[in-house]
Design a protein around this ligand. Sequence first.
Ligand SMILES: Nc1ncnc2c1ncn2[C@@H]1O[C@H](COP(=O)(O)OP(=O)(O)OP(=O)(O)O)[C@@H](O)[C@H]1O
Length: 295
Amino acid sequence: MNVNLEREQFEAMKARIREEALRTKGPLAMALKDIKHKIAILSGKGGVGKTVVTVNLASALKRRGYEVCIFDADLHGPAVPRALGLLGRMDVVSEHDHPGHHDLRLNPLTSLKGIKVVSVASMWATQEQPIMWKGAHKMRAIRQLIASVNWGTADFLLVDLPPGTGDEVQTVMRSIPELDGMLVVTTPQGVSAMVCSRAISAAKELDIPLLGLVENMSSLKCPACGEKMYPFGKGEGEKLARLMNIPFLGDIPIELDMGQCVDDGVPLVDKKPNSAFARTLDDIASKLTASLKKK
Ligand SMILES: Nc1ncnc2c1ncn2[C@@H]1O[C@H](COP(=O)(O)OP(=O)(O)OP(=O)(O)O)[C@@H](O)[C@H]1O
């Protein structure tokens, strides 16, 4: 009984010390304090399927029983809410944690399967509202947005980065506290690998761990004859992973239903859980979680 009490007191003291340490690290650390793992999805080149990978990896992790949040850091082309069928706006709530102090906070939207999503796409009344932040405004907006959200408790935060290595990408790389690392997405095209290698070098320059690389749109199964085709080339992703010394986590096939899934707001992993695409995403989720457990 006494031993238990001492242990409880010890745990409470440890929690108080951690909370104090986070408070001194700033509002971002406080906002994200109950999220165990934070992973940013990086590509370099645009249009390689970063959002598709983010949303379907989140779904694969969710299907494995993990609580997952997504932060859509693409301020100019936010696409995550739509891909999860979330067309509404985030709620703004007024909270007062101590007397006389009111704080406006945002509640994430939650998908049908329970994935929490924060995106600038969910902040305005109309989908057509242009987002024209520049330079320093963008960086401040990203930091403020992350800090103002009631993220709650989760196992994973996945950050869908915009393409390239510009302001938003660097801001996320630098300001997410305890970022576990990057998952890199490329395609079999040489040009994607080339641009991607620059993004990988930027992450290395900033000392961000690289958790793995996946090759999206690697192959296509012919719907008529079942033959596997490689319309964009073969093996480029694995070659890049070897060259950059990053674990290669898998080849993600092209799925002809993808466009419809994105338009319907249903991740392909949920719509076709037995497809080669879903099995590959599950395998990537398994490899990622295993590598994070070893850390
Ligand atoms: N494995 C896949 N099979 C079929 N279509 C795919 C696959 N991956 C991505 N796509 C399609 O390719 C297009 C680009 O995908 P997505 O929007 O995820 O790319 P992105 O890298 O996030 O783009 P951006 O540069 O705008 O951030 C979309 O139309 C998407 O539906």
